[in-house]
Write a protein that binds this ligand. Sequence first.
Ligand SMILES: [Cu+2]
Length: 370
Amino acid sequence: MMVDDASGKGGEERAATIARRTLLGAVGFAGIGGVAAAVLGATGRGAPPAQTPAPTAARTPAPRLVVNTPAPTAMVDHDANAAAVVKRFVDGEWQRITPRGGQPLAARVDGSTKVFDMTIEHIKHRIDAKREPLDALGYNGVWPGPLLRVVEGDAVRATFANKLHESTGVHFHGQRLPNKMDGVPQVTQDVIRAGGSFTYEFVARTPGSHMYHSHHNATDQVGRGLLGAFIVDPKDPAERPERKYGVTQDVVWISNDTLGGFSINGRGFPATQPIVAKLGERVYIRFMNEGVMSHPWHLHGMPMRVVSRDGYPLGSAAFTCDTLSVGPGERWDVVVECDESGVWAFHCHVLPHAEGIDGMFGMVTALIVS
Ligand SMILES: [Cu+2]
């Protein structure tokens, strides 16, 4: 989800308009026209591949690449299947699925305290436009929950009303909290029973990229959507990404990998939202892993400068890479200098999380630079 851009205009809107314009035209996503045409003309396709294996009778066979030719009974036109999902992405499937999680929730201000009124609900959630909606869980009705954002030193009060049929508890992951606000049921507090509520009060003293999530029956509850981003901007404006790194977009990227499969911000490819940038723009990306496995995020075309881990700036230990493994619970912040135009694939490099016989799925999106 885009949470901000330099113009002050919602990054979402901007992405929506530019993504369509760019993908369908200006950038010249060369393959797309042909690919889409192939898909559209693919009805009834299914003829065997033109190439057939060479006879094997040669006396002294030269070493050659062995190609698996599908048996005629197992014919799958995976070119067409792969093209079809790319077309859905190009057509902007992400824009057509609502509600969209992870949108900023404005705090209610009570004196000097920033107040967030939250619900915990059973929801139906769509991973993409084709799959049946899932029986999921959401904070304020969405997966991921709303983006909660405060400034270092703010007093925070977040009340969670539990509308589930089961108990829960909420942990602000990454914050240094008073022990009784740590949100671990039966350790630091009673469970929040079905129909009950609990108010978390603390001073946000740990700046950076953090999360909030269930800490009760968590494999199921977090796996089904009880997760969200909690960003604490440094008190010193000079330490904020836009000033410190000259970034003009701030992207939150929460991954999950249980119910609903492999997802980014609650969606799987082709319903994932692309990141859209102008040539020369610098983009800040906050990877957050709410899943149960590690995901090596790989960006094509240009590297990522890794500047922060778990909210703590790396300083002189910042490093550059093109594949960054993000383990469960971890947050890594990167700066991407968008200095190559094109549509660049951006995906988890555990291949069964990203691409199969029917093309790309799950943990895949694109960085579109124009
Ligand atoms: Cu992965």
